[in-house]
Ligand binder design. Structure first.
Ligand code: PMP
Length: 470
């Protein structure tokens, strides 16, 4: 509640002379925290900047005009080297799912660390077995075989491989505006010009189909989304019907008719809500119909739950469940390990068996430390009812943001559900043209100065991303 009030008051003074005074007042109103992090005792700010410039890859993304040095975290708070506290509404890019340094996860990790760090899964260390059972219990139907890896890109790489081996087909579909990774294999799945290197072979049998985006796309209306907040576009659809979804589906059918070998598709990948693309939700019912079409053409459906999994969307544990379809493969990362490098692919035993055509191995995947963390993350989500928390707090927050939208032309769209929330900033409500980058950056910077960190997404970086679960 405090955050919503802060955002409302900040936005109402954004361009006024009173802004600095209001901002420092707001900063002092940040909710209290009893946690006191250890004082920063690392290298100076200037030294870190210099090392970053001279010894890290020059293309590293740095946020903010004066990039933050973050040295400590506790639950929803981050602390910089000068002792300032920030409300972390981005969670290490939608990754910190139960809180920074959550005591229960810390304890599980430290117990495991003093017992056994690593063996590979060539030995039957107990944790990976316990974890495999716990994780697969979260899935319906035949989704009962898990393969542990270390990152979302790796999980999607493996899903591509399995889909191609299992079906014997090559063609894979993803949506424009999708993000599925940056490895050479998954870069082809990712459909943003900003995230693609000009290399031969990146496309690798991958087709990007029209994004069924009810706000920026060519079709969209006032009831397309599974969200407490709808677009400002109008439509005459009766309840529970969505003409935009049908139109986008018809468009997808054209791709199958004209651009793909009939009945010979390997897979379609879909995020349940597009994350990096700026919290874009598809029209209700669309993905289910798309999944049926892919299946009818011999392909598998891969649900990329890297951002939407583990209860983040509030109403379900997995995002795909709200779309009403059953995926063949589910990939997950980020929230699975609360920041520990852990990721997984869950599929049916039959599809997983396709990897048996050759030797397949991953040194770290599901090692004792990763498995101990994964188990304790599941424990915390259950014990602290974080899925319900996502639903309740997220719905409240979305409603507050909608109130802001009614007051300010700048806010073109508010969307998402649970604690996966997006706000699209526009320069013109009618045309939905993106707000120019310098203005977006100003707002972003001011919120940071007030002590609130959130992310930016979308091709133009004008889509604010808020993902705060703990
Ligand atoms: N899929 C989705 C939906 C993602 O958001 C990301 C990362 N932003 C990935 C895959 C790739 O994950 P990683 O960075 O761990 O490789």
């Amino acid at each position: 509640q405090t955050t919503c009030n802060m955002l409302i008051r900040c936005s109402s003074t954004l361009h006024s002379k009173a802004a600095p005074a209001v901002m420092s007042q707001l900063q002092s109103e940040m909710p209290q925290s009893d946690h006191r992090p250890a004082a920063y005792d690392g290298p100076s700010y200037e030294r870190i900047l210099e090392t970053r410039k001279n010894h890290l890859t020059p293309n590293l993304l740095a946020h903010f005009k004066k990039p933050l040095v973050i040295h400590a975290g506790h639950m929803q708070w981050l602390y910089d080297h000068e002792g300032r506290r920030y409300l972390d509404m981005f969670g290490g890019i939608v990754t910190v799912s139960v809180g920074h340094c959550h005591p229960k996860v810390n304890q599980a990790l430290s117990e495991q660390m003093s017992r056994l760090w690593h063996t590979t899964n060539i030995y039957m260390h107990p944790k990976i077995h316990e974890y495999a059972e716990r994780l697969t219990a979260k899935f319906p139907g035949k989704l009962k075989a898990v393969c542990f890896v270390n990152s979302g890109s790796e999980a999607n790489d493996l899903a591509m491989l399995m889909a191609r081996l299992h079906t014997g087909n090559q063609d894979i579909l993803t949506f424009r505006n999708a993000y599925h990774g940056m490895s050479p294999y998954t870069m082809g799945l990712t459909a943003h010009s900003t995230w693609r290197y000009p290399l031969p072979g990146v496309n690798n049998g991958i087709l990007h189909v029209m994004n069924p985006d009810p706000y920026q796309g060519i079709w969209g209306g006032s009831a397309c989304r599974d969200s407490p907040v709808q677009t400002t576009r109008s439509c005459s659809c009766p309840p529970n019907e969505c003409q935009a979804g049908v139109n986008y589906y018809n468009e997808l059918e054209q791709t199958f008719k004209y651009s793909l070998p009939r009945g010979k598709v390997a897979a379609m990948f879909a995020e349940s809500i597009q994350g990096v693309g700026g919290t874009v939700q598809f029209p209700k019912g669309y993905l289910k119909r798309a999944a049926d079409l892919v299946h009818a053409n011999g392909g598998l459906i891969v649900a990329d739950e890297v951002q939407t999994g583990f209860g983040r969307t509030g109403d379900h544990f997995w995002g795909f469940e709200a779309h009403g379809y059953m995926p063949d493969i589910v990939t997950m990362a980020k929230g699975i390990g609360n920041g520990f490098p852990l990721a997984a692919v869950v599929t049916t035993p039959e599809i997983a068996a396709s990897l048996g055509m050759a030797l397949h191995f991953n040194t770290y995947g599901g090692n004792p430390m990763a498995s101990a963390v994964g188990i304790s993350v599941l424990d915390v989500i259950e014990e602290e009812q974080l899925q319900r928390n996502s639903l309740e707090v997220g719905t409240y927050f979305l409603n507050c943001l909608e109130e802001l939208q009614q007051r300010y032309e700048l806010i073109g769209d508010v969307r998402g559900k649970g604690l996966m929330i997006g706000v699209e900033l526009v320069s013109d409500r009618e045309t939905r043209a993106p707000l120019a980058a310098p203005h977006v950056l100003d707002i972003w910077e001011m919120c940071k100065d007030m002590g609130v960190l959130f992310g930016r997404g979308g091709l133009h970086g004008n889509r604010a991303q808020i993902d705060l679960k703990c």
